[in-house]
Write a protein that binds this ligand. Structure first.
Ligand code: KG4
Ligand code: ZN
Length: 351
């Protein structure tokens, strides 16, 4: 269609190699055409966490096959692509380099503009692929393996402000560590979520970090919760008692969901806003989305959670940020684009 632009997105910040393709309509609509992901998660499982060198090597091997699958799914060829977006940070240094190098090669070979974008903005932009444009401003709760942040989102192409973040572990990291304590596989989110369904979330009163009257209103802390779960399990074992795994999982999950939703809703009320977006890998958690739905409904807040496939790392969310930048007329990044493993969320693009 005339005026439409095809934006390709490449993601390689952690253990997922993602290639997504979207169509940016002349009216600003963004349509998802392809979202292909290759994961190296199984190669990391026995280490209980992502091994950076293994992830980089896996990205190298998966990049071209994932690109081919995405093009095939979308019915496009490389010649149809108008712009290329790539995750330039934050993430693992070596992993980011593979995606950025690939994106530069495609941009140079096709003579198309390149946009180095922020992975965290991508997690929020993922929701626009499912639910359309975001009201501005709104609050986003970004919860993944590496990040737990409350964001004030005014413009996905440029104005995202952090209003709170974790002072220690990310929510997903807490899931992964607690899974280890319970002898569950890595990554820990999905097996804990499943086990918790058969347990009682009120069985054990695990601590809710940073929820005292003097604590930072919008910051999170999950390290104490993780330690409390480990101690509780150790004490039972020492006393020769059986561990009620489902109750431990459900009670841990309840503590995480309670704090995350409580603080997000408080931020929205304090700011006088009406929409909450939850994204990132932990947004796939059934209790988090369930409790958020209950509390948002009670508070008259609109809740938006992308489907689980769009919550975890993928290339479509990066293509979506690229499309927002293209629509806003942003200047492309140079072919000398550098990665930034510690890129702050306030910087949506690296030039
Ligand atoms: O966003 P993501 O795919 O990668 C990062 O950018 O970190 O998030 C991965 C994290 C892992 O810690 C994983 O345990 C967690 O998301 N996760 C979940 C669920 N599915 C994935 N946590 C809780 N419940 C889930 N259902
Ligand atoms: Zn992520």
């Amino acid at each position: 269609m005339t005026g439409d632009r095809i934006v390709l997105g490449i993601e390689s910040s952690c253990d997922e190699t993602g290639v997504g393709i979207v169509r940016l309509g002349a009216d600003g609509t963004i349509e998802l055409l392809a979202d292909e992901v290759a994961s190296s998660v199984e190669q990391h499982a026995r280490f209980g966490g992502v091994v950076p060198e293994v992830a980089s090597r896996a990205h190298l091997e998966a990049m071209i096959p994932t690109m081919s699958r995405a093009l095939e799914k979308s019915g496009m060829t490389l010649d149809d692509v108008d712009s290329i977006a790539v995750t330039a940070g934050p993430g693992l240094a070596g992993a980011l380099l593979v995606g950025v190098s690939a994106a530069k090669a495609y941009a140079a070979a096709l003579d198309k503009p390149l946009y180095g974008v922020n992975h965290l903005a991508g997690h929020v932009a993922a929701d626009t692929l499912e639910h359309g444009p975001l009201p501005s401003p709104c609050v986003a709760l970004l919860v993944s393996g590496g990040h737990s942040q409350l964001l004030l989102v005014e413009d996905l192409a440029g104005k995202i402000t952090e209003i709170g973040s974790t002072i220690d572990d990310a929510a997903g990291e807490a899931y992964d560590k607690v899974a280890r304590v319970l002898d569950l596989p890595y990554p820990g989110g999905p097996p804990i979520d499943k086990l918790a369904k058969t347990g009682n979330g009120c069985a054990i009163a695990f601590p809710r970090g940073l929820t005292g009257p003097r604590d930072a209103k919008y910051d999170f802390s999950f390290s104490g919760l993780k330690t409390a779960v480990a101690r509780w399990v150790e004490n039972r074992e020492r006393d020769g008692l059986e561990i009620p795994l489902a109750d431990v999982a459900a009670s841990f999950q309840e503590a995480v969901a309670d704090v995350l939703t409580g603080k997000a809703i408080r931020a929205i009320k304090d700011l006088g806003l009406d929409t909450l977006v939850i994204s990132g890998g932990v947004a796939a958690n059934s209790r988090l989305s369930g409790l958020a739905a209950e509390r948002c409904a009670a508070a008259g807040i609109t809740l938006r959670v992308p489907r689980p496939r769009l919550c975890t790392d993928n290339g479509a969310m990066i293509a979506a940020v690229g499309a927002h930048l293209v629509a806003a007329g942003a200047e492309p990044s140079g072919l000398d684009l550098a990665t930034d493993p510690g890129l702050p969320v306030s910087q949506v693009q690296i030039l």
